[in-house]
Design a protein. Structure first.
Length: 81
């Protein structure tokens, strides 16, 4: 292999260019992976049967359930109250 001309023959410059190339490849790969993960997250979830769907609740149970749900409702984006 022939030597590179001038300042490009400095091992520090070669190392810097190599690090920049590797970091760029890693950055692009992680970006593509995150994009693929977000695309999968947008898919609708399968409906899951819950036993309470077929059980009639008493008014007191419905009220207690409503209080729990109201405490868990989302306030500001992404944060539970």
């Amino acid at each position: 292999m022939s030597s590179l001309p001038g300042q490009f023959s400095d091992p520090r410059v070669i190392t810097l260019v190599g690090l920049l190339a590797v970091s760029t490849v890693v950055w692009v790969a992680l970006g593509l992976r995150a994009r693929a993960r977000r695309a999968r997250a947008d898919a609708p979830l399968d409906r899951v049967w819950h036993p309470q769907e077929s059980v009639t609740l008493t008014p007191a149970e419905e009220q207690a359930f409503g209080q729990v749900v109201s405490r868990l409702s989302v306030g500001s984006p992404g944060r539970l109250r």
